[in-house]
Write a protein that binds this ligand. Structure first.
Ligand SMILES: *Cc1c(COP(=O)(O)O)cnc(C)c1O
Length: 386
């Protein structure tokens, strides 16, 4: 039987191993382990890829968000608007600053922030908005920017799933005031440990974040601010420098696999394939479908050797940690309905087209079997009546 994982990091490593191993060795030979030349070059090249001016390497995507918010002056008493269908860290970073997260619902097609709802929740304490470029697709930044500038809100992009995606020909990382990226190992650009980067066009914010990641200091043992320890390390930066030049071709491959999936699944009425917003490019960190009987289909795929995921099963406002926020079931109907129906299918650049064909056929077989049994049931009912 086939065995297809949700992501396969071993396959990617085999392809780049001859470049990765000497890069790691060279860091260890030099024993300059933090914020050295690899971090410096990665920051410069990553920022350039994003059409941003500055890059600041940090310890994780979560810390990237936290430091970006802090550098934008967000803290105790402030409110930050975001969405409930994201990885928990988006909201955690807001809470860590002392600010209060406020949610708006999502667009049902793209799963990203519904800009038309922002104005309803803007209040005197609102300071910023965090659109999440979920699954690899940029949020609808045009209208988000219009509301943000009307109310003087900072925009912090959560670009942790969308390295290299574009919106109106501009890259994520340059669509707001500051952007946070994760180098978690399964992200489109992943390290072999923890890591993240913050990008911005604003020099003052960049300098502030450079100090915040290193104990609020620019000169050793002299501290201008209370910061934290969130330095990107040289080994991770060296690995990421090897990987960065491949990002474009990996994204192209992800898009080709997504197209293959969507073409093969489009005739199954129960399956809703991803919607790409016109004018933006989706980099398919995840390929997420919606189906009415998600748990059954997931179990069926597992029985046929296909690993899938759910991103995410519980919207943040219904998480136990967030009970104090005062939201309840029904607060965000679109995000809640999606959480019960979404299913992430395997996607990674090394995935074979034949495997996509196999997965789609397995889904077709599942629905074929179901409608077959429905038809049989109808026949039985008719038989009983006559
Ligand atoms: C991965 C991720 C994060 C957190 O990044 P880490 O590097 O794991 O801390 C934040 N937001 C989103 C949307 C993510 O997918």
């Amino acid at each position: 039987m086939k065995s297809i994982p949700l992501v396969d990091l071993k396959a990617q490593f085999q392809g780049i191993k001859p470049e990765v191993m000497p890069a790691i060795e060279s860091v260890l030979d030099g024993m300059n382990l933090f914020l050295g030349e690899n971090v410096y070059h990665l920051e410069r090249d990553f920022a350039e890829m994003c059409h941003a001016k500055y890059g600041v390497g940090v310890g994780s995507g979560t810390e990237a968000l936290f430091l970006a918010l802090t550098a934008c002056g967000i803290g105790v008493g402030d409110e930050v608007i975001t969405v409930p269908n994201t990885f928990f860290a988006t909201v955690e970073a807001i809470v860590l600053t002392g600010a209060r997260p406020v949610f708006v619902d999502i667009d049902p097609g793209t799963y990203t922030m519904d800009p038309s709802q922002i104005e309803d929740v803007v209040g005197p304490r609102t300071k910023a908005v965090i659109p999440v470029h979920l699954y690899g697709q940029p949020a609808d930044m045009g209208p988000i920017k219009r509301v943000a500038s009307k109310y003087g809100l900072k925009i912090i992009e959560d670009a942790c799933q969308a390295h290299g995606a574009t919106y109106d020909d501009r890259r994520t990382g340059s669509l707001g005031d500051v952007a946070a990226f994760s180098f978690y190992y399964s992200k489109n650009l992943g390290a072999y440990g923890e890591g993240g980067i913050i990008t911005t066009k604003n020099r003052a914010i960049a300098t502030h974040m450079q100090m915040l990641r290193n104990h609020g200091s620019s000169q050793r043992y002299y501290h201008t601010y209370y910061g934290t320890n969130s330095r990107l390390d040289e080994i991770q930066a060296a690995i990421l420098r090897v990987k960065l030049p491949y990002l474009e071709q990996w994204s192209t491959r992800r898009r080709a696999l997504a197209l293959e999936y969507s073409q093969r699944l489009k005739d199954i009425p129960e399956v809703q394939t991803p919607v790409e917003r016109e004018g933006s490019s989706h980099v398919y960190h995840l390929y997420v479908i919606q189906v009415p009987d998600r748990d059954d289909l997931q179990a069926w795929l597992k029985r046929h050797g296909v690993q899938t995921g759910i991103h995410y099963p519980v919207p943040i406002h219904l998480q136990p940690a967030c009970a104090h926020m005062g939201y309840s079931e029904g607060s965000f109907p679109v995000a809640e309905a999606a959480a019960d129906r979404i299913l992430s299918l395997p996607i990674y650049p090394e995935l074979a087209i034949e495997d996509v064909a196999y997965i789609c056929q397995t889904i077709k077989d599942y629905y074929g079997k179901r409608s077959g049994s429905k038809r049989r049931m109808l026949t039985v009912v008719k038989g009983d009546q006559s």
